[in-house]
Design a binder for this molecule. Sequence first.
Ligand code: LLP
Length: 387
Amino acid sequence: VVHGRPERAAPWWLARRDELLARAALGTPRYVYHLPTVRERARSLLDGGLVDCGFYALKANAHPAILEALNAEGFGFECVSLAEVQHVMRTLPSLAPSRILFTPSFAPRREYAAAFDAGVNVTLDSMELLQRWPDVLAGRTAWLRLDLGHGEGHHEKVRTGGAEAKFGLPVARFDAFMAQARILGVRITGLHAHLGSGIDDPAHWREVYGTLAALADSSDAIDTIDIGGGFPIPYTPDARPFDLDTWRDGVRGIKSAYPRCRLAIEPGRFLVAEAGALLMHVTQVVEKDGVRRIGLDAGMNALVRPAMYDAYHGIHNLTRIDDASLDTFDVVGPICESGDVLGHARRLPAATAEDDVMLVADAGAYGMAMANTYNLRPLPAEDILDE
Ligand code: LLP
């Protein structure tokens, strides 16, 4: 039924169809998260002990049950706002602050001050921070986020390196930054880089690691190297799962050359994307000028990725999952924008009709997290499947 996935295990939701139809009957749009998938992905990254600290980038999905599951698997948390830091602390009251990493971008001074006072790891990413806010920074211990000069990732909007991106200190200014930090009494103990999201090439992290490790050699205080997130998942039917073995081999090579520092990663998408499905009901099926469209009770308000990045998500008719007679449809939402299209030219059951339940796959990352109430449509509900 799920075509073109020869090397991939059947998705979890296929075996849970009846349960998902029952959940959909409670109301849609509705995200459902499968915690066993989250746990499995967490173990695939942390097992073997190569990675010393995993920080889950909770911007991908901040559901408390997901934070609890990842904490139990040994993950800490990477946060980009003080609100995210506070959300983690409220959800996991006994978590040590050192398990939290605050990697802000153009955040206000008070967020830095509050994060330092809370004892979480904080990443600095410009000379101007040192120059403008010595009162906040003097005497602190912090990490340094570097821009290695180029970005990577599935879309230009998610590439976070190079002159066009707002993130990180250019690597050419590393020595000047370290000298200025010493003068201020700011102790830099970690080096950090994150070049983008949805990076297919497993050699990417080895290169980042090699660059950061060579820089870390210049200071005995540096004890952690964070090589970022960006691990991809196979969204399209012909995509292959990420080659973790090649990733591990490359990273292991650098680690054995620079054993002094702990290795940190901060994945978001990889841990949660495939664990999430978005359920919606069909509202109308309409033909116009030769194009057949399936309308759903939510679109870019519930899942903005297709509109924002031309992202592909598998779309399935859960009600008619076994129908063999297919037709070609665009799948659209109810939002007053031409860009409110979840999928173009999809092969779906020809008999698709009002009130069928449709499932959008791999929606656990940057789905609910980016959902909005445009057109005053309500936010989706969220359900957890714990086993
Ligand atoms: N670390 C930092 C500093 C980041 O900025 C991000 C993501 C991550 C880690 C986690 O990246 P991941 O492992 O999830 O690729 N909304 C976009 C993705 C934006 C990513 C933002 N930063 C999307 O839906 O594709």
